[in-house]
Design a protein around this ligand. Sequence first.
Ligand SMILES: Nc1ncnc2c1ncn2[C@@H]1O[C@H](COP(=O)(O)OP(=O)(O)OP(=O)(O)O)[C@@H](O)[C@H]1O
Length: 335
Amino acid sequence: MTAPLISVQNLTVQFKTDEGLITTVDNVSFDIAPGEVLGLVGESGSGKSVTAKSLMKLNAGNTVYGPESRITLNLDDGPVDVLSLRRAKELNVVRGGAISMIFQEPMASFAPAITVGDQMVEQLLLHSSMNKKQARELSIEMLDRVGISEPSKRIDQYAFEFSGGMRQRAMIAMALSTKPKLLIADEPTTALDVTIQAQVIELMKDLVDEFGMGILFITHDLGVIAQTADRVAVMYLGRVMETGSVREVIRTPAHPYTRGLLNALPKLEDLDEPLTPVPGDIPSPLERPQGCVFHTRCPQFVPGTCDAARPEAVAVSGSHSAACALVESGMEAVS
Ligand SMILES: Nc1ncnc2c1ncn2[C@@H]1O[C@H](COP(=O)(O)OP(=O)(O)OP(=O)(O)O)[C@@H](O)[C@H]1O
């Protein structure tokens, strides 16, 4: 088996706060292969962004990574131990070099007082051996590639002069111009209307095929995951609840939380059917439940079991696994 592009092992992320040390990512492991799209799905506050930022060591100054945490990026010239990177020059490898990130709000990626082109060129000068002229030519080509018309004029405009969809495309062009091995897309389509959203998703899929890069695609929407990802990891309160191929997880969800997320999606064949959101609110990370972190909202909660021990992931079939005591004990019939 070839080495994964990136391997995340036992990632635990805590933050020092005035209220104490809070755990936002708890022993999370996953791999992404070249050319693979892994969807990371979960409600707001489940730790998706903190996980993603860890891959670029971008979390805030109050971050504490657990001693067992390992993130290994396998590049052509050898593995990079991401969490051991310290100096800015070393960190450049994972910040805009081998890994690029696109955000929900493209204005977060563009400085308001610098033209789109100057910013794209600056990034290429930092992460490649190109000269200014080559960097500008490639930037124009990338803007063209993502479907921005008149790219040689547009390149000298500011991001605020672009429409929302165009800004998103320009951000993707900028993120991909350095030919990253891994693209992290954090809710990249949430702020877009559905038509543009579909276009951006199609564009990203084309680019994966063309560049063969891996993608970590973050969203709270399982419907978007179904369209984009090969595999999915479902997160809740810092834990991975279920993971597997998109087909397995969506067709035969094993974890009650995943089933809750799926029941909350509108069904086109029966629009009159009421949506049933996952009941209750996600607890504060300051009050992480004992045992399974989902037990306080779980419709299949078994007292004495689910609130006793933290369930570890168990195989449901092949690469499909779930962290649920009921699955582990065989009490849960996977439908
Ligand atoms: N620097 C920090 N200090 C303290 N807490 C933090 C810090 N950064 C993030 N958190 C907390 O970590 C938790 C997980 O946040 P994260 O942004 O990863 O969630 P998410 O799943 O990406 O949610 P969303 O979909 O809303 O972006 C949240 O409770 C958040 O408040």
